[in-house]
Design a protein around this ligand. Structure first.
Ligand SMILES: CC(=O)N[C@H]1[C@@H](OP(=O)(O)OP(=O)(O)OC[C@H]2O[C@@H](n3ccc(=O)[nH]c3=O)[C@H](O)[C@@H]2O)O[C@H](CO)[C@@H](O)[C@@H]1O
Ligand SMILES: C=C(OP(=O)(O)O)C(=O)O
Length: 426
């Protein structure tokens, strides 16, 4: 199994191109199932999750081809055509590797009147049920049964537009409901919808495919379903979590990074928190520049929240940063019940952190020292990379397949800015 070796203590300096967003790309790829015409997606990151979604779509019978970027296009470009969908079954083997596989449920059900999707099961960061996805489908008229670990959904006469009131905010359930509603008969109103930039990106693409959608980015999304959707061409937004991670990499190493393509509007709360902690973040011409303001960082409290709040996907990285700040920080995780798996590993590197329920108290100004550590999930992995970059000596991170789910060419991007980092293959 591959590992990452980091020799820490070197400031990062340089420019990094931000890749396309994994979390925007996955629902966009699933949206290709809504039409028999080709959907062309550009600026897709080259990540394990994108490969898994590609495999899932191909397994259903869609044709997925990588094509050369046209003028103005960036990243990986895929043309997905789901004209002959032979199967409506998302198998356990793929769903267990990537929970976002459940995003094929809405499109398959809306277009073909049936879908079988393996229940995702638990996950390192929490139980992560899919009840909100299922109740949204039921509100639109689907019958749902759980048998042998699979969701069996059927709507032989098609889905009907409905008011879906989400009791709690769910990004994935909002996306599934938007895609299903786009092909349902009549109008749907999604109330207490997620407002993440990835939701807005999906709405833009669905609109280009002919869907009538309003209100994305607000708490109520209205969708008037139409009989069929057409092909479209859509560039995926930049990955705000990758950008936020590298803002923190600049700060933790006391370096200076220019992030090309990063969208400040998608990072307002994390940038405000970083500024309060003593990081200068400047925006100009589609880039973000980050460096410490006067050498020292101050402990700052953070609570994770749905967008526009502080993203849970940046919580672990912020915790690594706060281990090096002056004073104490209280970091409260409100989205996932078990997203502190990085804490024992940071402690092994010299951090002083105690967990009290959903909060972690970080006592700062620790000198981190390199150690052999274990990655447990995607953001925990990159938090250990940040800690390793700041630590004295060598850090070896095991189980980095988690990292490959969400960070494109991370060693190359960091090495180009002065990090001593290498992948050890065995
Ligand atoms: C591929 C993707 O985009 N992943 C992101 C997405 O995950 P995902 O879409 O899975 O996250 P959700 O927004 O659905 O989850 C938020 C909370 O709602 C709960 N919940 C969710 C659905 C449901 O049916 N029932 C239920 O109880 C979850 O367990 C969690 O506690 O949003 C999360 C929250 O910003 C991010 O951390 C993930 O990186
Ligand atoms: C939790 C994450 O992803 P997923 O929802 O795909 O597990 C993440 O991107 O941090």
């Amino acid at each position: 199994m591959d590992r990452i070796l980091i020799r820490g203590g070197r400031p990062l300096n340089g420019a990094i191109q931000i890749s396309g967003s994994k979390n925007a790309a996955l629902p966009l790829m699933a949206a290709a199932l809504l039409t028999s015409e080709p959907l062309r997606l550009s600026n897709l990151p080259r990540l394990a999750d994108i490969a898994s979604m590609r495999q899932l779509l191909a397994g259903l019978g869609a044709e997925v081809a990588e094509v050369q970027p046209a003028a103005g296009e960036q990243g990986q470009v895929l043309e997905i055509q789901a004209s002959h969908v032979a199967s409506q079954r998302a198998p356990y083997d793929l769903v267990r590797k990537m929970r976002a596989s459940v995003l094929v449920l809405g499109p398959l059900l809306a277009r073909f009147g049936q879908a079988e999707v393996s229940l995702p099961g638990g996950c390192a960061i929490g139980t992560r049920p899919v009840d909100l996805h299922l109740s949204a489908m039921e509100a639109m008229g689907a019958e749902i049964a759980i048998e042998s670990g699979y969701i069996h959904a059927s709507a032989p006469k098609g889905l009907t537009g409905a008011e879906v009131v989400f009791p709690t905010i769910s990004v994935g359930a909002t996306e599934n409901a938007m895609m299903a509603a786009a092909l349902a008969q009549g109008e749907s109103r999604l109330v207490n919808a997620a407002r993440e930039p990835e939701i807005s990106d999906l709405a833009v693409c669905l609109r280009a495919m002919g869907a009538e959608i309003e209100g994305e980015g607000s708490e109520i999304i209205t969708i008037r379903g139409c009989g069929s959707l057409q092909g479209a061409s859509h560039p995926v937004i930049a990955d705000r979590i990758e950008a936020g991670t590298f803002l923190m990499a600049a700060a933790i190493t006391d370096g200076e990074l220019r992030l090309v393509g990063a969208q400040a509007a998608h990072l307002e709360r994390p940038i405000a928190v970083l500024r309060q902690a003593g990081v200068t973040v400047e925006e100009s011409d589609g880039t973000l520049l980050a460096r410490r303001r006067n050498g020292r960082l101050r402990g700052s409290d953070v609570m994770t929240e749905a967008f526009p709040g502080f993203a849970t996907d940046l919580q672990a990285q912020f915790m690594a940063l706060m281990t090096t700040a002056e004073g104490a920080s209280m970091i409260t995780e409100t989205i996932f019940e078990n997203r502190f798996m990085h804490v024992p590993e940071l402690i092994r590197m010299g951090a002083d952190i105690t967990i009290h329920g959903a909060s972690a108290l970080v006592r700062g100004e620790r000198r981190l020292t390199g150690a052999e550590v274990m990655a447990t999930d995607l953001r925990a992995s990159v938090c250990l990379v940040l800690a390793g970059l700041a630590a004295e000596g060598e850090t070896v991170i095991n189980r980095i397949y988690h990292l490959d789910r969400g960070y494109e060419r991370i060693e190359a991007k960091l090495a180009a800015c002065g990090a001593e980092i290498e992948r050890l293959t065995s």
